[in-house]
Ligand binder design. Structure first.
Ligand SMILES: Nc1ncnc2c1ncn2[C@@H]1O[C@H](COP(=O)(O)OP(=O)(O)OP(=O)(O)O)[C@@H](O)[C@H]1O
Ligand SMILES: N[C@@H](CCO)C(=O)O
Length: 292
């Protein structure tokens, strides 16, 4: 039996829109069971997620090879859907690997990255799901993706405030403006450059200030993700910085030390009682293929 494990991810980190993403220690697990006449995916997501070849895992696999033999699959995933924690990337990456496993091919991480990012359309979740850690990724006009691992301060952990409603990435991208002011773009480039420098100098303090300096997406998504200013206000009153809209939202991620996370857990839970507040350690590992 083969199990494919793919981490959850948190994209953007403020000014790294479509560019930065962090792998989290929470994994989708896809187990390949027996061959079957039709594709059948056992999962616990509920009736709105298909159990046949319409399922994102299987459709991603079939995009690599439309003639794959149908199988029964089992999916376990603690990654909540459409919350800004990379559920779609975890499913796409698992599907791409599934295709290569069923074709008895060894596949490089680089190839999985190219194929999965082409389906997702932007590389910032797929890159950490494949390579682990903090990834700086980009795409050329011709559609070639690249990614580099950035150093990430060891003392920082994620604390996610996960609202109890979904925001689809499609909707959260449709809300973005078609035009930006020149000043916004210059400031965004500046903040991203300083953020990358803070990673290389492992300056956790600067990094945590900089993730709060996005200019081009968070303000436009405020209607879908109203908790962000409240979280920032609360944290600033406690002398803590490091929050950003995780992916397309609505999750708010805070990068903080273990001590600060202990202090934050109760007040954040109090701030939004219907949300889940969850510690999310960083994963240095990308996907794993486990043969039992
Ligand atoms: N394990 C899965 N199996 C099947 N479909 C999935 C799975 N995970 C995600 N999906 C599909 O992807 C959709 C969520 O993708 P979407 O890009 O909107 O959000 P996300 O990936 O969770 O968040 P973000 O991209 O902001 O981090 C789900 O509604 C579902 O249709
Ligand atoms: N960079 C993407 C991440 C979500 O997939 C966005 O913010 O729309």
């Amino acid at each position: 039996m083969i199990t494919i494990k793919v981490p959850a991810t948190s994209a953007n980190l403020g000014p790294g829109f479509d560019t930065l993403g962090l792998a989290l220690d929470s994994y989708l697990e896809l187990t390949i069971e027996q061959k079957s006449p039709n594709w059948f995916i056992k999962h616990a997501f509920g009736p709105h997620i298909p159990t046949d070849e319409q399922n994102l895992i299987v459709s991603s696999a079939l995009s690599i090879d439309a003639n794959l033999p149908a199988h029964t699959l089992q999916v376990h995933s603690p990654i909540p859907l459409a919350r800004g924690l990379g559920s779609s990337s975890s499913a796409i990456v698992a599907g791409i690997i599934l295709a290569h496993v069923l074709r008895n091919e060894t596949v490089s991480r680089q190839q999985v990255f190219q194929e999965a990012a082409a389906i997702e359309g932007h590389p910032d979740n797929v890159a950490p799901a494949v390579f682990g850690g903090l990834q700086l990724s980009s795409v050329t006009e011709e559609g070639r993706f690249s990614s580099t691992t950035l150093p990430f301060p060891e003392e920082l952990i994620g604390l996610a405030l996960i609202p109890n409603y979904a925001v689809s990435t499609k909707k959260a991208r449709a809300i973005l403006p078609k035009k930006l002011r020149y000043k916004q773009v210059v400031q965004q480039g500046n903040a991203l450059a300083r953020l990358i420098a803070a990673c290389y100098t492992t300056d956790a303090g600067a990094l945590r200030q900089l993730v709060e300096e996005d200019q081009i997406h968070e303000q436009y998504r405020a209607r879908l993700c109203p908790a962000l200013p409240k979280v920032r206000e609360l944290e600033a009153s406690m002398g803590i910085h490091g929050s950003y809209l995780s992916g397309a939202g609505p999750t708010i991620m805070t990068l903080a030390t273990a001590d600060e996370i202990k202090r934050l857990q109760a007040p954040l839970t109090e701030l939004q009682k219907d949300a889940i507040v969850q510690k999310m350690p960083i994963s240095q590992q990308g996907y794993q293929i486990i043969q039992q």
